[in-house]
Design a protein around this ligand. Structure first.
Ligand code: ZN
Length: 404
């Protein structure tokens, strides 16, 4: 068996170009799958992740109470289209899975254009993209299409089919625990419920999976818990089922939107001064990359749940351009061309550096504080470094972070 790597060696040997290409290829494999917060798409995604990671897949039944929420019925869709009076398919789910309103109830019938229009969604300010819309918690059906195509629809009778099911089933999420020397745990959470959208969040899924496989091979001080969850309801479900172990979560990060070419964004935890917040800032500051820091707000990704007042976990969020701040966000333009191998590789490198700082962050304590300790007999007389300074100054020194 080969010797486990040290995180420092891992960071030194990391090749962002090469790994970036692998990350992009993996995103490409997941891109066509029609995911949702439940159903076959998310299950298939977790199975693919399970090919490279010993992922435990949890199935939580519909109707389960999770904190203030209830796990919804499971949604699956096989086909969806709209045909015009000539029988021509003018909207086809099989051409792009964003075409169907995610969580649409089944429908089959003939509708006039006026009856159909309340069920058609477009983005008038971006006439050539298909918007991504969902209706998880209120029953509705619909189609998403380019505004240009919507404007071109002629009055007439339209034949509509949404072959979907919304039935008691399960909510699926994936979890991987990598034990370390300590029970103190770093939580890495990423949402995996969006259909064909690359930056949001195939970038986060690919990077979290690759980070997990890289950390599998290192000698770990901390334990690491990776969770791949449907947004909101998945994070709530995980919290509800793991409340008794939350005291072990000493640091955490939510990963999303890490593949675009924009600058890095570190969003602080609600605490604002947690070690992870200081490490996030320190790594970005010394990375040579463009970045900005964001204060916590209860709007965004699953940090909303982890940092909610009753949990207040030290969990920040690492992203590039935040959600809603790039025009491609939640549209068909968030595709595989929008994310780049370089951005993906650089994002993973930042994460590895964050892990490196966490793993090597130590507080040294002077165990011989009465009188100056004799350095000679300890063989450290001529080496002045943090440990020696800690002995001479008589108090602990927080390595790395005291320089921040
Ligand atoms: Zn999103």
């Amino acid at each position: 068996m080969t010797q486990p790597l040290n995180i420092r060696d891992l960071v030194r040997e990391f090749d962002p170009q090469l790994v970036g290409k692998e990350l992009h290829n993996f995103a490409q494999r997941l891109y066509p799958i029609c995911r949702s917060i439940t159903g076959a798409g998310i299950r298939e995604t977790l199975q693919i992740l399970g090919e490279q990671l010993p992922l435990k897949i949890h199935e939580v039944p519909s109707g389960a109470q999770v904190l203030d929420w209830t796990v919804p019925p499971e949604w699956n869709v096989r086909d969806a289209w709209v045909r015009d009076s000539c029988g021509r398919k003018i909207i086809d789910f099989k051409c792009h899975n964003l075409h169907v309103l995610n969580y649409s109830v089944p429908v089959q019938g003939k509708f006039t254009l006026d009856e159909l229009k309340p069920h058609l969604f477009s983005a008038p300010t971006q006439p050539d993209v298909i918007p991504y819309r969902t209706s998880y918690y209120s029953k509705n059906w619909g189609f998403c299409m380019t505004h240009r195509d919507l404007e071109a629809l002629q009055p007439g009778i339209y034949d509509v089919l949404i072959d979907s099911t919304l039935e008691p089933g399960y909510l699926s999420y994936g979890e991987l625990f990598l034990p370390g020397k300590s029970d103190d745990t770093v939580l890495i959470s990423t949402h995996c419920c969006h259909p064909s959208l690359a930056n949001d969040n195939l970038s986060g899924i690919s990077i979290a999976a690759q980070l997990a496989s890289q950390l599998t091979n290192i000698d770990r001080q901390y334990s690491y818990r990776f969770i791949f969850v449907p947004a909101t309801i998945g994070a709530l479900t995980w919290l509800a089922r793991n409340e008794s172990q939350l005291e072990n979560i000493t640091h955490g990060l939510v990963l999303s939107c890490l593949g675009d070419s924009g600058e890095f964004t570190y969003k602080k935890s609600r605490r604002g001064d947690a070690v992870i917040d200081r490490v996030g800032r320190y790594v970005l500051e010394t990375s040579g990359q463009r970045y900005k820091l964001m204060e916590f707000s209860p709007y965004g990704y699953d940090e909303r749940q982890y940092c909610s007042p009753g949990f207040n976990l030290p969990v920040g969020c690492l992203m590039r351009t935040p959600h809603g701040q790039f025009p491609e966000y939640h549209t068909s333009a968030d595709n595989l061309d929008f994310i780049t191998p370089k951005a993906l590789g650089d994002s993973l490198e930042i994460l590895l550096r964050i892990v490196e700082v966490l793993e090597n962050n130590r507080r040294y304590l002077n165990t011989s504080p009465k009188g100056e300790p004799q350095l000679n007999k300890r063989g450290i007389y001529s080496t002045i470094h943090e440990e020696v300074m800690a002995m001479l100054t008589g108090h602990g020194l927080l390595k790395v972070l005291d320089q921040v």
